[in-house]
Design a binder for this molecule. Structure first.
Ligand code: PRT
Ligand code: MG
Length: 227
């Protein structure tokens, strides 16, 4: 069997991916949260995992340093997707890309007035497209994290950031005013690897697909049960 390298990030992507990998018969031999190793062997001797920053996953896969990987749609929108085949929405690590402002900020009236807003974000590409589509003029400020702080200290009028429970916004007296795009993690595959290693990759793709569909179904059942 041809060896396969899968790029993953620690934290929520790894946590949510582990059950899907397990369904494909792949379990890491070490826990990435505690191990300092960046290359992890798995229970399948032809499959290894590499642990990279979430935003670096598409780059490793694009250049073929990993055959496949799992990345959030937020990261893929910024990367652009060159050289990547994106066959599967895994329905994990779900959240929403939102515009948020301070609780007391009247966003709608600022938009109506055509005010020029300062927007802080890690997602420059997505933010630029969103405001261009709305015909709004904005000054974008690139940040690498903790965007929620920017409106509180006068760095920006608004932020573009990911929101899941909304707790971080609430804890910082911010409110979401617009949804840009729903986000979930996708399987990405190097286009050349898919052709050359199809025999190994195709069955894994099918196992991931079945496991993520099952997960989607069980989520629906739980949601109904909670109503
Ligand atoms: O941490 P690092 O800088 O290396 O990279 P990262 O922050 O991009 O990675 P990580 O592991 O935090 O997130 C990986 C992926 O998980 C992201 O690319 C998203 O696709 C997805 N995801 C899902 C999220 C969230 N939900 C999420 N809530 N990523 C980040 N958040 C953050 C958000 O930015 C905000 O600061 O959580 C905070 C809000 O959460 P709530 O629950 O308070 O609303
Ligand atoms: Mg993070």
């Amino acid at each position: 069997m041809i060896p396969i390298t899968i790029a993953l990030s620690k934290g929520r992507i790894f946590d949510d991916t582990a059950p899907l990998l397990k369904a494909a018969g792949i379990v890491a031999l070490e826990d990435p949260e505690t191990s300092r190793k960046l290359i992890l062997a798995t229970t399948r001797d032809t499959v290894r995992l590499i642990i990279v920053r979430a935003s670096d996953v598409p780059t490793y896969v694009q250049y073929g340093a990993a055959d496949m990987g799992i990345a959030g749609k937020d990261v893929l929108l910024e990367h652009g997707g060159a050289g990547l085949y994106q066959p599967l929405d895994l329905n994990i690590a779900r959240c929403r890309m939102m515009v948020a402002v301070r609780d007391e900020f009247d966003y709608d009236s600022a938009v109506r007035r055509g005010a020029r807003l300062r927007v802080a974000t890690k997602y420059l590409h997505t933010a630029r497209e969103h405001f261009a589509e709305k015909g709004m003029h904005v000054d974008l400020i690139k940040l690498y994290g903790s965007m929620e702080l920017a409106p509180l200290v006068g760095l920006a009028d608004a932020i573009v950031d990911l929101v899941s429970s909304g707790n971080t916004l609430r804890a910082n007296q911010l409110k979401a005013v617009e949804e840009i795009v729903p986000i979930s993690a996708r399987l990405v595959i190097n286009q050349a690897a898919l052709k050359l290693k199809r025999e190994t990759i195709q069955p894994m793709l099918e196992a991931f697909s079945a496991a993520s569909m099952q997960r989607g179904a069980s989520q629906e059942v739980t949601e109904v049960a909670h109503q």
